[in-house]
Design a protein around this ligand. Structure first.
Ligand code: HEC
Length: 302
């Protein structure tokens, strides 16, 4: 754990060295950005410190549990999570909740499963089981739009992969930055975006025209979003004593973001572990082959 931390610290140093280079070119970027198509002027989205970022990063179990709690208590009243099954919440690499607790949770989940037809030929709703998806409140997009003033709350299963951060930098900065992200294994633009949206609500600036039923968000494209601020200042969701963190807006936002990042990539932990195992295996094999070669050729003059 510590080792991997110092490793990612080193990588981060690399990244910030590069960021320093791009900072020198900031005036160029700003000049290009100002006339961009962002309407009310968009804000730069900061990178956050995610436990799961980079080639060595792993999900933080207690954080995934808190994040699910935020999803359940707040987001699930408008958004579904249809690609995640209840049983995924039990499996290794995720929040790893107790199976019995998740069974009970599924049975009580308010958005039931459409099943059927029964013997009378009717479709019917029944409580969810472990093998069922985590459904949102709406049966289809039309119902969702009708309930949400015409706006559509997207399914959140893949949202951290479906969104990212625009990079307005000139190509000669953009390209090295991209290469750096490849080297450090940085792929958390979607998480940074989500966190920014959840924490980006504020009063609209003087003279900004906010359409009926819309909310000002400094990070959302065009700065008007139909979603009302889901996590109020001060934190919407209280955590239990032993949850590993105190509730606050930024903590709630970071936790639900981490949970949704896991939902979009549930086997990330195992994949990275396998990657390291493979690298170590290859390193040892290389060493053995090199020693063997030295030995075989030891008495041959060349
Ligand atoms: C009261 C209903 C409601 C709740 C609660 C809610 N949302 Fe939304 N959300 C919406 C609506 C409506 C939209 C569509 C916004 C738009 O298109 O302007 C949306 C859009 C989004 C988007 C897409 C933004 C984009 O880039 O297009 C994300 C991500 C999101 N919500 C995350 C969340 C999270 C995370 C939570 C829980 C912390 C949450 N929402 C709670 C109604 C809700």
């Amino acid at each position: 754990m510590n080792m991997s931390h110092s490793k990612s610290a080193l990588l981060r140093q690399f990244a910030s060295a590069l960021a320093a280079v791009s900072f020198m070119a900031a005036p160029v970027m700003a000049a290009e950005g100002e006339e961009g198509a962002h309407g009310g002027g968009s804000h730069h989205i900061e990178r956050q410190d995610w436990s799961y970022s980079g080639i060595a990063g792993q999900f933080d179990r207690p954080q995934l549990r808190r994040g699910f709690q935020v999803y359940k208590d707040v987001c699930s009243s408008c958004h579904g999570l249809n690609r995640v099954k209840f049983r995924n919440l039990v499996q290794p690499g995720g929040p790893e909740f107790d199976e019995e607790a998740v069974k009970a949770l599924a049975a009580e989940w308010p958005n039931q499963i459409m099943d059927g037809p029964n013997d009378e030929g009717e479709m019917f709703e029944r409580p969810a089981k472990l093998s069922d998806p985590i459904r949102g409140p709406y049966k289809n997009e039309k119902e969702a739009r009708a309930a949400q003033n015409g706006a559509f709350p997207p399914d959140l299963s893949l949202i951290t992969r479906a969104r990212g951060v625009h990079n307005d930098a000139a190509w000669y900065i953009h390209v090295p930055m991209m290469l750096m992200d490849v080297i450090t294994g940085y792929a958390e633009g979607g998480s940074d975006y989500l966190y920014a949206i959840l924490t980006g609500y504020e009063e609209p600036p003087e003279g900004f025209h906010l359409a009926e039923g819309m909310n000002y968000n400094k990070y959302f494209e065009g700065n008007q979003i139909a979603m009302v601020q889901p996590l109020p200042e001060g934190g919407a969701v209280e955590y239990e004593e032993n949850a590993g963190a105190k509730a606050s807006l930024s903590q709630n936002a970071a936790d639900v973001t981490a949970f949704l990042a896991w939902a979009a990539d549930p086997s990330m932990d195992q994949r990275k572990q396998l990657g390291w195992t493979a690298l170590i295996y290859l390193a040892i094999t290389t060493l053995l082959l090199w020693l063997a070669k030295k030995r075989i050729w030891a008495r041959v003059k060349h």
